[in-house]
Design a protein around this ligand. Structure first.
Ligand code: F6R
Length: 242
């Protein structure tokens, strides 16, 4: 992977946003892989600012979210459908009809994964996948032990991840236990991966992903199997790299 060291989240956002902007200029119906959570916010903010300052046509841009909680209604404020709409679709001015999120409805859980994979294939695949990384080393919600061949499916969140995400809910008991997530195999099919991480609490996960053995017990290490990866880290997140 190419590792880029930045001074601030804002600088990371500017770099990633420039890459996405040039992709959209080359390919107006580009397919973006959208992450939720805190990490990509600087990317969406920088891209929104750049589109405001110097507009380009984004009406054909398509997007696929990485994951969704199982069992939250889609209109719940913390469903990833709601989060991606609030954090990316609205500020970037994307067409909501072009944005897919895995279906977390328990009633369709057996077919939701295959449907999502088929939609990604029909779109021609993901051009650039934005990734954060969890303290457990998860990418998407592929917790340790996820197969490198895995496709979109239901997974159980670890207690550590549920604790990390409890900040968005009244209490940890309100954090769903299951999710639908793109698999590591799905992520590997994207043509370019941009993995971002900020802060000391991500340092172990970044060291394992970038330099550790390639092992499903460190799901982020899947990036070492991909031919085109850009890792953008601040000093604290980079602090455990050799
Ligand atoms: C989000 C996702 C997760 C997050 C990770 C880091 O769609 O799939 O892998 O990227 O949990 O979360 P933050 O960015 O909130 O630290």
């Amino acid at each position: 992977a190419e590792v880029v060291f930045v001074d601030s989240e804002a600088a990371a956002g500017t770099l990633a946003a420039a890459s996405i902007r040039s992709l959209i200029l080359q390919k107006p119906d580009a397919v973006l892989g959208l992450a939720t959570g805190s990490t990509p916010l600087s990317v969406y903010a920088a891209l929104a600012a750049s589109l405001t300052a110097d507009p380009i046509d984004v009406s054909q841009v398509r997007g696929f979210a990485l994951d969704e909680y199982v069992g939250l209604p889609a209109d719940h404020p913390e469903s990833y459908r709601s989060v991606i709409t609030r954090d990316a679709v609205v500020p970037l001015g994307l067409n909501p009809a072009n944005i897919r999120v895995p279906n977390g409805d328990p009633a369709t859980i057996r077919t939701a994964g295959l449907d999502y994979e088929a939609a990604i294939v029909a779109a021609g695949g993901v051009d650039v996948q934005i990734l954060g990384i969890g303290r457990t080393g998860h990418v998407g919600f592929n917790e340790p032990g996820s197969s490198f061949a895995s496709l979109t499916r239901i997974k159980t969140l670890t207690e550590k991840t549920r604790m990390d995400n409890a900040r968005f809910f009244p209490s940890i008991d309100d954090v769903p236990i299951h999710c639908m997530t793109q698999g590591l195999g799905t992520i590997l099919r994207a043509r370019h991966l941009i993995l971002l991480a900020f802060g000391a609490e991500k340092a172990d996960a970044i060291a394992a992903a970038v330099e550790g053995p390639v092992t499903s017990s460190k799901p982020g290490s899947v990036i070492q199997l991909h031919p085109h990866v850009t890792v953008i880290v601040d000093e604290a997140a980079a602090s455990k790299l050799e």
